[in-house]
Design a protein around this ligand. Sequence first.
Ligand code: ATP
Ligand code: MG
Ligand code: MG
Length: 380
Amino acid sequence: MKVLVLGAGQLARMMSLASTHLGIDVLAYDVSSKQVINPVTFEVKHTTLEQEVEQAYAITAEFEHIPEDVLNVCQQSGKFYPGAESISIGGDRSKEKALLDNAKVPCAPYALITEKSAFIEAIEKLGLPLVIKTCQAGYDGKGQWRLKSAEDAEQVWSEMKGFLDTGTEAAPHSIIAEKMIPFDREVSIIGVRDKDGKCKVYPLTENQHTNGVLTLSIAGKEKAAIQAQAEAAFENLASELNYVGVLAIEFFDVDGKLLVNEIAPRVHNSGHWTQQGAHTSQFENHMRAITGLPIGSTQLVRPTAMVNVLGQPSIPQAVLSVADCTSHWYGKEAKPGRKMGHINVSAANLHQLGERLAELAEMLPEEDYPGVSETSHALI
Ligand code: ATP
Ligand code: MG
Ligand code: MG
């Protein structure tokens, strides 16, 4: 079976690596260079999007900011999962908030902004501080402003206007202002829904972000009550979207109550731990769901943590000497702050996971791997 992935980054690569053994061949379409490549070997295929769409058994996407014309070609084929609607909702925060409101799933209070008067009203209505985000584009905390004091409003507005002005009549830009949530921590749920509507959900993951970028995830320490809240949100949203494949939902945990931050209609960085910590990884389950194969167990096999490798030129090989630790390298050109790979470490219990993270912290400089040392101590 051939699967075409829109986007040719590490997620396409890991989907390929996780499904070769199922007899699935993955090719990736790089929407910016318009090239079809093998996401594992990076070999360029001299074929067109249309040819690949024709030949594919199923089509999916590894990111949500995909040009309309590409989405249309895929949607018309009838084999695109989770489909153009889910992808475009994930790629536009105003559509995403409308979905959450319709499904009555709580999220941060917000206001949509397309002009200055709405910005001023949002400051009054929501109060400061605000997190301001572009509705279209934006990932890893890019395309965001933090407005802490009213004196900075003019400066922030002039930058916001720059983004609004780059929209077109056919594809207007908008911005969302959200109340800054004083959360206790951030968590996410990764789940999969098959073509018959059956859902399976992984254990909740606790996530740490540094400057808007995910740096550390831990799975296997959550209580049943909070897991149940996240699962209810997943089932609600996935069925509302008639979703097929893996869907990720990021939450703020405020005193045990979950507020949705955002959704991602795809496999997600906070689910990378499933490669070593769950029976079936998120990548394999996504491929199973979109090709109509039965979805596999999402149960935790053992507590597992994931550490992102950001901007480093190579994998820190010494980590492989830590018990039950492995690394995943994406083969990308190194740039400061770029996601280059990740490290998964597993253990029999949380105490041992803490010990292994402490061992890792000794090898990984704190400035490049924030949170590892502190988290290890909290677990021991
Ligand atoms: P991703 O790479 O996860 O897609 P993104 O660019 O879409 O990131 P968000 O997830 O919306 O960005 O925000 C990045 C981070 O900024 C969040 O994980 C959280 O730490 C912080 N943040 C975002 N919105 C808020 C908010 N309303 N209140 C407090 N913190 C927030
Ligand atoms: Mg996002
Ligand atoms: Mg996010």
